[in-house]
Write a protein that binds this ligand. Structure first.
Ligand code: EPZ
Length: 425
């Protein structure tokens, strides 16, 4: 299993191109099942997760063509030959569950393994299933599988989500594009990825109003056509590198960014004393490492609030602040697994339930640490960039799920980072 070794203390200088958003790409890949024509995605991030989704789509009969390093994935679901997503595939990556809605909408039935919990929390899919039931699907859960059928097609419905769910909003929206009549999604999530998916669906012929708001109105159509769509830049990747530069100090321009999608993080960095300059599609982060980071409190919220997916990164930064910061994680129940690993580097973090208190320390020291989930693993990189000596991160397959060419992007700016292939855990 690969590990990453990095030596802290070097300022970063240069530019980092931001890749397409994983969490948009995965659902756009599922959207390919909605049409018999080719859907081509450009700015496609080459990640373990997106490759894995291709594997599932191929198993369902979708012809996929994705030359390495092309950033261009073509998916053609002319004939869907299977409507079964087996446990082995769904358990490895939750987003594969998102083929259920498109299969149900296009073919009228699907059998998809329940995704189960994961490291950051229980993550049930009840809201997804309730939405499909409201749209007329019969759903039974048997042997760990969701068996869904709507043999005469899905019908439009009014769905009021009891709380905001990114996945349930996206999943219901995908299915509603081919339902009969109007579907209204109230208290819908407003994450930028949902807007990206909605705009792509509109380009495929879907009728969706209210994009970017918490009420989505979808008029079902008989069929969708193919299109070519450029995946929105990854705001979490951008936010993660912004934290890397804030931590290490230096001056780096992040390019191919939609700056308003990271405005809550920019606000936090500015309050921490980091200089941020914003252009039309770039953001420049500057910090003199001699000037201490100011502590900032963080409350994770659905978009446009501060994202849970950059909580770990800011926590890493705050380990060296000149004071205490309080973190409140409101989205997932178990999202502080990075805290014990950061402590191994010398951080002072105490966690009680959904709250964590981080008291800034003068020095972090490199140590062997272990990645526990995708976003937690990048927080270890951020802390390692500030630490004296060498930090070795194991289980970097978590990083490979969501960060394209991470070592190349950071070493291109001067970071002393390298991958150790296939060594011990
Ligand atoms: C998406 O997960 C992202 N994943 C997550 O990123 C991200 O952290 C999360 O949204 C919040 O922004 C993908 O897009 C693949 P939710 P999702 O439904 O859709 C509860 C990453 O590392 N809930 O908004 O699963 C749920 O347990 C990942 O890229 C139900 O109770 O998030 C959570 O507490 C990690 N029932 C809350 O809602 C449901 O049916 C919000 O989850 C659905 C969700």
């Amino acid at each position: 299993m690969d590990r990453i070794a990095l030596v802290g203390g070097t300022q970063l200088k240069g530019s980092i191109p931001i890749s397409g958003a994983k969490n948009s790409a995965l659902k756009l890949q599922a959207a390919s099942l909605l049409t018999s024509e080719p859907l081509v995605l450009t700015n496609m991030p080459e990640l373990a997760d997106t490759r894995f989704m291709v594997e599932l789509l191929e198993q369902l009969g979708v012809t996929c063509f994705w030359p390495k390093a092309s950033g261009r994935l073509s998916m053609h679901a002319e004939d869907i030959t299977s409507t079964i997503a087996p446990y082995d595939l769904v358990r490895k990556m939750r987003a594969t569950f998102n083929v259920l809605g498109p299969l149900l909408a296009r073919v009228g039935h699907a059998t998809v393994s329940l995704p189960g919990g994961c490291a950051i929390g229980a993550r049930p899919v009840d809201l997804h299933l309730k939405a499909f039931e409201a749209m007329g699907a019969d759903i039974v859960i048997e042997g760990g599988y969701v068996k869904a059928a709507a043999l005469r097609g899905l019908k439009g419905a009014k769905i009021v989500f009891p709380f905001v769910s990114v996945g349930a909003t996206e999943h219901a929206m995908l299915a509603a594009t081919l339902a009969k009549g109007e579907t209204v999604l109230e208290n819908a999530a407003r994450e930028p990825e949902i807007g990206d998916i909605a705009h792509c669906l509109v380009a495929m012929g879907a009728k969706i109003d209210g994009i970017g708001t918490s009420t989505l109105r979808i008029q079902g159509v008989d069929e969708l056509k193919g299109t070519t769509w450029s995946v929105i830049p990854d705001r979490i990747e951008a936010g993660s590198y912004a934290c890397c530069v804030a931590a290490a100090g230096g001056e780096v321009t992040l390019t191919h960014v939609v700056p308003e999608t990271i405005s809550s993080l920019i606000d936090v960095l500015q309050r921490a004393g980091v200089e941020v300059e914003v252009g039309p599609d770039w953001v420049k982060i500057t910090r003199d490492p001699a000037v201490p980071i100011k502590p900032v409190d963080i409350d994770t919220q659905p978009y446009p609030g501060f994202p849970t997916d950059t909580q770990a990164q800011v926590m890493a930064l705050m380990t060296r602040a000149n004071g205490a910061s309080i973190f409140r994680e409101n989205i997932f129940e178990n999202r502080y697994m990075h805290a014990p690993e950061l402590r191994r580097l010398g951080a002072d973090i105490s966690v009680r339930g959904s709250e964590a208190v981080v008291r800034g320390v003068d020095t972090l020291r490199g140590a062997p640490v272990m990645a526990t989930d995708l976003r937690a693993s990048v927080s270890l990189i951020i802390a390692g960039l500030m630490a004296e000596g060498e930090t070795i991160i194991s289980r970097v397959y978590h990083l490979d799920r969501g960060f394209e060419r991470l070592e190349a992007k950071l070493s291109g700016c001067g970071a002393q980072i390298r991958r150790l292939s296939g060594s011990e855990e």
